[in-house]
Design a protein around this ligand. Structure first.
Ligand SMILES: CC(C)(COP(=O)(O)OP(=O)(O)OC[C@H]1O[C@@H](n2cnc3c(N)ncnc32)[C@H](O)[C@@H]1OP(=O)(O)O)[C@@H](O)C(=O)NCCC(=O)NCCS
Length: 159
């Protein structure tokens, strides 16, 4: 498949129309993200950098995003290529585009969680890492520990 016309773009936010396309793409090809709602998705995107979209004309055919401190650690999320376009090197280029963004390119260690696609990530340079995996399934019910500004503390003490 000739995909030389396919475009990769860094974006900071998605229009409602593109968000709708992204939800369709997730429903089709991303089992972990197929129930994501518009508002939460927009929030996740707003807090991610870089965010990469992949386009065949005005058709969204790929997506990924990352969170990064810019220096030490970053994590890549939601890597997806539309099934019609898989196997043509676009997934590799998508991850390379994420990694080459200035917010990622100097980072010491880039993490990636995958359930089924270990072979793909190995092909593009990732290694299995069994020593650092723990997870907290957060319950989004109670607010976090409340922080109160201490009156009159010029050093901005919080308790
Ligand atoms: C995983 C995914 C992004 C790969 O995208 P893709 O465009 O098909 O991958 P590419 O064509 O760029 O493949 C790059 C290399 O990985 C290999 N590869 C891709 N998928 C593979 C798989 N499932 N098993 C083994 N090798 C694979 C390709 O053969 C190619 O090898 P090469 O170095 O010999 O050329 C795509 O299949 C996808 O979106 N899947 C559904 C969503 C998903 O599971 N995403 C990952 C979430 S962590």
């Amino acid at each position: 498949m000739d995909c030389s016309h396919v475009q990769f773009r860094y974006v900071e936010a998605l229009t409602p129309e593109v968000l709708e396309q992204l939800q369709q793409l997730f429903r089709l090809a991303a089992f972990w993200a197929c129930d994501r709602q518009t508002e939460e998705l927009a929030t996740a995107i707003a807090h991610s950098k870089p965010v990469v979209t992949v386009w065949d004309g005005d058709r969204l055919i790929g997506f990924s995003r990352a969170t990064s401190d810019g220096v030490y650690r970053a994590t890549i999320w939601d890597v997806v290529i539309h099934p019609d376009y898989q196997g043509a090197g676009l997934g590799r280029k998508l991850v390379q585009t994420v990694l080459s963004h200035p917010h990622m390119s100097r980072v010491e260690r880039v993490y990636l969680m995958t359930t089924h696609q270990q072979r793909f990530y190995e092909r593009i340079g990732f290694e299995t890492n069994e020593t650092t995996t723990m997870v907290l399934f957060n319950q989004p019910v109670s607010p976090p520990v409340r922080l109160q500004e201490t009156a009159g503390q010029p050093d901005g003490n919080w308790r």
